[in-house]
Design a protein around this ligand. Sequence first.
Ligand SMILES: [Zn+2]
Length: 154
Amino acid sequence: MYDCDICGRAAEIAYVVEIEGAMMTLCERCAKGKTPVRVLGEERMQKSTARKEPAARDEPEVVSDYGHRIRSARDAIGMSTKVLAEKINEKESTLIRVENQRMLPDETLRKKLERELGIKLMEQVPRGRTSAAGGSNTPTTLWDAAIRKEKKKQ
Ligand SMILES: [Zn+2]
């Protein structure tokens, strides 16, 4: 906060204005119509608006390797696509297309697969944050861990 040299009000942003050879720190109102030499506190304002700005809705998204996750989890329990398709009441061809990532599972199918295989096909994608920081808030299942391990091997 800065105190205005004219009106004494505390201002979030202060304008340094040269008046008759003297540097004055003024609030926005008092600085009106004058050309500021410097603007103080603007940086902080930008930062605080930037913090608000990333309309930070961490929307869950289907993971990019959903097909791989489904197949790995299915393979791990030795279940064929046919059996799995029957269990979740879907066509085997649909399941195969999803596994090959040629088709994004809709919400119903995704939930059935998640329940049947004990995997997570959705993940929170934190917007405006680096991926290095994220991930810790993603629920991890045993299958996820197994799949991650398998991925590392490749
Ligand atoms: Zn003022």
